[in-house]
Design a binder for this molecule. Structure first.
Ligand code: DGL
Length: 335
């Protein structure tokens, strides 16, 4: 089967594929075993498998790392960001696909979303089953990602993630299940397009056409821990979490960013000393809006961002030199 991604008469698209590992490059000891090792197959072998699909596209691969994405690091992010910028600056490059483990794909996608311009599609893709498992979803997901990365209409939507037959915006996507191929959700928008290797249906127009990067990429990411709130939490948890290096705290709060009074007071004391404190929720879905006490406490509401993405945004904002709570709040309010 030969699938033309562009209409007849258009030239063959060139896709840069940046590989970082994950289950999409994973292998198990048998086709039915549950346990497996992520990041085993190199980019050369992976692209040889993709070629068997017969899709009309020129693929140029680069191995950035070959890890389980639990080991993603600022050093690998730097390498990845540099490679993305190089590909996006190459006039022959149509779009970029990044293969990635699913555990932290939402964080890498959001970091790149904040630090890349939007003039070419950048699409992350993973798999929930290793490459030699029965029902491997990696090739299907990758073929879908090729469909997205070669669509001119994919640019101007920020960084995208393709999982299953759905396309998510980096700001919305979150992993919501430990197993199964339907492991991702979007909030507040669900998926923003449906995709198959031969069809792509967007649910709206691009909203960031020709936009510059929102933040300058930096390897010097400030120390921002996440405080996971639970019943019967006492204020000493805050003291144990925060050190001299800490530059801000994200609270994975109860419900709409709630916490026990003693914890709130301990955090308000830190905010009074100039440490930005962002209230997010430990729940899967829902906005965290400002509450009346936030003004007095100098707290910031994470709005639709989950704690792990609220943390990345706070790191970027602090690295950019912004410390005023109202100015930081504006970054969470914007899209
Ligand atoms: N350890 C996981 C990772 O690389 C494997 C899970 C996956 O890729 O689905 O994120």
């Amino acid at each position: 089967m030969h699938l033309a991604l562009f209409a007849p008469g258009m030239s063959t698209p060139n896709i840069t594929v940046l590989a970082t590992g994950g289950t999409i490059a994973g292998e198990a000891d048998s086709a039915t075993r549950h346990d497996y090792r992520p990041g085993q197959i190199g980019i050369g072998d992976f692209l040889a498998r993709v070629e068997t699909l017969g899709i009309d596209a020129q693929l140029t691969g680069k191995q950035i790392a070959n890890i389980g994405s639990e080991d993603m690091s600022p050093a690998i992010w730097t390498h990845l960001h540099t490679a993305c910028l190089a590909a996006m600056g190459d006039p022959d490059c149509t779009g970029v696909i990044i293969t990635h483990g699913t555990d932290t794909v939402e964080e890498t996608a959001f970091l790149l979303d904040l630090t890349l311009p939007t003039h070419k599609p950048v699409v992350l893709v993973g798999a929930m089953r290793p490459a030699n498992a029965v029902g491997y979803d990696g090739l299907r997901n990758f073929a879908n990602a090729m469909r997205v990365a070669t669509d001119p209409d994919a640019a101007g939507r920020g960084v995208l993630v393709v999982m299953g037959d759905r396309v998510f915006a980096a700001r919305d996507i979150r992993k919501s299940r430990t197993r199964g191929t339907d492991a991702f959700q979007g909030f507040p928008r669900g998926s923003i397009a449906l995709v198959t290797p031969s069809a792509l249906d967007w649910f709206g127009a691009p909203w960031r056409v020709g936009a510059d990067a929102r933040f300058t990429f930096t390897t010097d990411l400030p120390d921002v821990p996440i405080l996971f709130v639970h019943a019967a939490m006492t204020a000493d948890y805050v003291e144990r979490l925060v050190s001299d290096k800490t530059r801000g705290v994200v609270v994975a709060g109860l419900g709409e960013g709630n916490m026990p009074d003693a914890v709130r007071s301990a955090l308000a004391q830190l905010a009074a000393k100039g440490l930005p404190i962002v209230r997010a929720s430990r729940l899967d879905e829902g906005l965290v809006d400002r509450e009346p006490e936030d003004n007095a406490n100098k707290f910031i509401a994470a709005r639709a961002l989950n704690p792990q993405k609220a943390r990345i945004l706070l790191q970027m904002v602090i690295a950019a030199g912004t410390t005023d709570p109202a100015a930081i709040q504006a970054e969470y309010d914007g899209r």
